[in-house]
Design a protein around this ligand. Structure first.
Ligand code: ZN
Length: 256
């Protein structure tokens, strides 16, 4: 094991979150932790996001090898941001599902993201793009897994709904204490969040807050409506105020 590998393991926790899923929670990035989710279904294993490189994916691969080596592994990229995709390199030979915009935006932002966040690379990183893209949704009937376009935080966001468990995985679309708005199309973002509220969910998971509820989704809708309408928002911490001002700057930028 490399020195880096040792550090990674110390900064990662594994937690069982439903009857069939595990969260690998990484603490290397300041201000927030980041989850990779593994859902074990009847015929496949779904890995949602890949964090920051080959080393960060070692515990995930180890778990799969130990518990269910015979099952097909499907990787899902919730969106193109670096902290969700750099570990794709560990799944070069697997199907990697992403929205067609994820393929496009990951490619066009590759160098920019490496230049800006390269200090968080863990092990090897290489351009590995989604190998299976879609527009609206993909459904795996035998595993009761639905993957659907849920634009908001970014235009390429996708969510995973496990119909058996009633578990919904929303990526970065909901996050406490404040979301990052990466796309100025607020109406679409609110529509996505209202769609989440319309689903029969038992548990909802987000990449940087682990478990959330309808209450946090509604709070996020209220925040988005406020910033769209130019209403002042009360914020408690310097971190929240910084993210909020970045969000306001995104609102002023042109849409794709
Ligand atoms: Zn993101």
């Amino acid at each position: 094991m490399t020195e880096l590998g040792k550090i990674e393991r110390k900064n990662m926790k594994e937690r069982s979150i439903t009857g069939n899923s595990i969260a690998f929670i990484y603490y290397e990035i300041p201000d927030f932790y980041t989850c990779v989710f593994l859902i074990e279904k009847k015929t496949r294993i779904f890995v949602i996001d890949t964090f920051c490189g080959s080393v960060s994916m070692e515990p995930v691969l180890k778990h799969i090898a130990k518990v269910c080596p015979e099952k097909e592994v499907i990787v899902v990229n919730s969106h193109f941001h670096w902290d969700h995709v750099w570990g794709n390199v560990a799944f070069k030979d697997k199907t990697i599902i992403g929205h067609r915009f994820c393929h496009e935006d990951l490619l066009s932002n590759w160098e920019h993201q490496i230049n800006n966040h390269g200090q968080y690379i863990s092990g090897e990183v290489d351009i590995v793009l989604p190998s299976l893209t879609f527009d609206k949704s993909i459904f795996f009937p035998d595993d009761q897994i639905e993957i659907f376009h849920s634009p908001g935080h970014t235009r390429d966001c996708i969510s995973v709904f496990d119909h058996d468990e009633g578990s919904l995985y929303v990526g970065d679309n909901v996050e406490e204490p404040i979301i990052y708005v990466g796309d100025p199309d607020i109406e679409t973002y609110v529509a996505t969040l209202n769609h989440y509220l319309s689903l029969s969910t038992r548990k909802i998971f987000s990449s940087h807050t682990l478990e959330i509820t309808d209450k946090e989704i509604q709070r996020t809708i209220d925040y988005l409506i406020k910033i769209k309408s130019g209403i002042d928002v009360d914020l408690d911490t310097a971190y929240e105020r910084r993210v909020h001002s970045e969000n306001l700057a995104v609102l002023k930028s042109p849409t794709y």
